[in-house]
Design a binder for this molecule. Structure first.
Ligand code: 0X9
Ligand code: ZN
Length: 307
């Protein structure tokens, strides 16, 4: 397939997911968890062998920041791997039989399209507020309702780190929070995929203090990073967001852990370490997909043994 040889537009991504689901109807289906500000569907693929509707859930999203194209392509790749290897890989079969997987490759489709058409470095959503300067968009990873705007975020609508007029002001973050909260006791793993820097980030992002579950969170991240490294030798660092990067409150991971109570909430920052940064060549989509899938698979297998 030529799909992973370039960064696809949102409609092509949605069509790819639709086809993947249609061709694999017993284990895959499409759902829309809501709509973006510009009314694009927030299209997710559910991958699960339906036995009951209270199976443990693994949530993977990407593209909350518009310019982080590799995260989106990698999330689609993960969906493809789970589906296409179901019959040939007994581990994958067991993971699709055990978990309900929900993969939302583009949290911010408006921003993603804008980054293709007008500004490759766009980060925020495309919501139009009341800014007198006419500035557009909110940093959706500062918009979640936990320690909202308490640090590393801005109240200035023209800032790339604008937290929004209030928590969950953006339809994209609101949709995720409602979807997750409705199933919060089932969600065992929450992965918010970003780029770049090759980090496997754990909570917290709002404080340099480490959470009570840090040792468990670190150990599972270590399983991920070891599996990832074994594929192409790519090196990732593990640590809390604040300690490895900076303080940034209102992120999805902190909300998932702090409010929804999901112990294993991560923000992987994918390739690379800065040579290309956000403008990662498309030739790295497949290697990134391969290694990140190995990481996710290893985590899920470890979690399965904890159930
Ligand atoms: O700043 C961010 O939102 C993330 N880095 S990025 O370069 N992709 O923008 C890191 C988020 C880490 N998590 C929290 N701060 N909660
Ligand atoms: Zn990001």
């Amino acid at each position: 397939s030529v799909f992973f040889t370039k960064y696809q537009r949102i409609n092509d991504i949605h069509n790819y997911l639709e086809n993947l689901a249609a061709e694999n109807s017993p284990i895959a289906s499409i759902l829309s968890i809501g709509k973006s500000y510009e009314e694009r569907d927030l299209k997710a693929i559910k991958i699960s062998k339906e036995t009951s509707n209270d199976k443990p859930i693994i949530w993977i999203d990407a593209g909350i920041h518009a310019r982080e194209w590799i995260s989106i392509a990698t999330a689609v790749y993960i969906a493809k791997e789970l589906i296409q290897n179901y019959n040939s890989d007994p581990d994958i079969k067991s993971l699709v039989d055990t978990f309900e997987w929900y993969i939302l490759p583009s949290v911010n489709p408006d921003g993603y399209e804008y980054s293709h058409d007008y500004n490759r470095m766009w980060r925020k959503t495309r919501s139009v507020g009341t800014s007198v300067w006419g500035c557009i968009g909110v940093d959706a990873n500062r918009n979640f309702g936990f320690k909202w705007n308490q640090g590393g975020a801005s109240s200035n609508p023209c800032s790339d780190l604008y937290a929004g007029p209030k928590a969950f002001s953006e339809p994209e973050t609101k949709a995720i929070s409602e979807f997750i909260l409705a199933r919060k006791n089932q969600v065992k793993l929450y992965i918010a995929t970003h780029s770049y820097s090759q980090l496997w980030l754990t909570p917290w992002g709002w404080t340099s203090k480490l959470p009570d579950d840090y040792d468990d969170q670190y150990n599972l991240a270590n399983i991920a990073v070891k599996a990832l490294n074994s594929v192409h030798g790519t090196k990732y660092q593990i640590g809390s967001s604040t300690n490895l990067l900076y303080i940034a409150a209102g992120g999805a991971d902190d909300w998932a852990y702090g409010v929804a109570g999901i112990k294993y909430a991560y923000t992987p920052e994918l390739r690379d370490t800065g040579r290309y940064g956000f403008v990662l060549p498309a030739s790295q989509i497949i290697p990134s997909g391969e290694e990140t899938f190995a990481a996710v698979k290893a985590m899920a297998l470890a979690l399965k043994n904890e159930l």
